[in-house]
Design a protein around this ligand. Structure first.
Ligand SMILES: [Zn+2]
Length: 69
């Protein structure tokens, strides 16, 4: 099943970041995918293939105006 993701989405990966957080935001999409750790702010660059292989779950998109839940 294809995973759907887009820029600014929050995702979890199969391997958490060493800082202990496993929540990343997609900050750049192109030939490569750049992810930023939402906890420590460090970013990593993965190829699309690497990204899709290590992607665990797309948590959802960030909507700053959504105050529900
Ligand atoms: Zn981190």
């Amino acid at each position: 099943m294809e995973k759907q993701y887009s820029l600014k989405d929050l995702v979890t990966m199969k391997k958490p970041h060493p800082c202990g957080t496993n929540e990343w935001q997609i900050i750049r999409m192109g030939m490569d995918i750049r992810l930023k750790c939402t906890h420590c702010g460090r970013s990593v660059l993965l190829t699309r293939r690497e990204f899709e292989r290590s992607l665990k779950k797309v948590v959802g998109s960030v909507d700053e105006n959504d105050e529900s839940q």
